[in-house]
Design a protein. Structure first.
Length: 131
């Protein structure tokens, strides 16, 4: 069954790299007049078509009606992804293209597909931070 109304809008708000550990912040926006409860979430994140990280787990998150929730994920980054982020931070690249794809299992058996793409850049003056 599909959620009534519109699917939540998911975007990458930022990421932080420390060694092989990646902290990913996703903004999930609910444009409907009732809350969405997220029961399970899985996604893969790639940079310039290289796999960076994969996540799959149960969730207790909820997104209030007409609201936005920032979800934070602690992930293990691939060595290829770490190298790309290091190149970006050193200035060897101006930006990196990212692709985020996956699925959210929400209340009432609804499945919400995630497919986002864009570019990330280093955050000036904040080593290891990207957005």
């Amino acid at each position: 069954s599909a959620l009534r109304g519109q699917a939540p809008f998911v975007q990458v708000n930022g990421m932080k790299l420390q060694d092989q550990n990646l902290t990913l912040e996703l903004g999930v926006r609910n444009v409907n007049s009732r809350a969405n409860f997220i029961e399970h979430i899985e996604f893969s994140l790639s940079l310039d078509k290289q796999n960076l990280s994969v996540y799959k787990a149960a969730s207790q998150a909820s997104v209030i009606a007409n609201g936005t929730e920032n979800l934070r994920f602690e992930l293990a980054a691939s060595s290829e992804g770490v190298e790309l982020l290091n190149e970006l931070e050193r200035g060897d690249r101006n930006d990196l293209e990212y692709t985020l794809q996956g699925v959210i299992q929400a209340n009432e058996g609804a499945q919400i597909k995630i497919l986002r793409g864009g570019h990330i850049y280093p955050v000036p003056g904040r080593p290891g931070h990207f957005r």
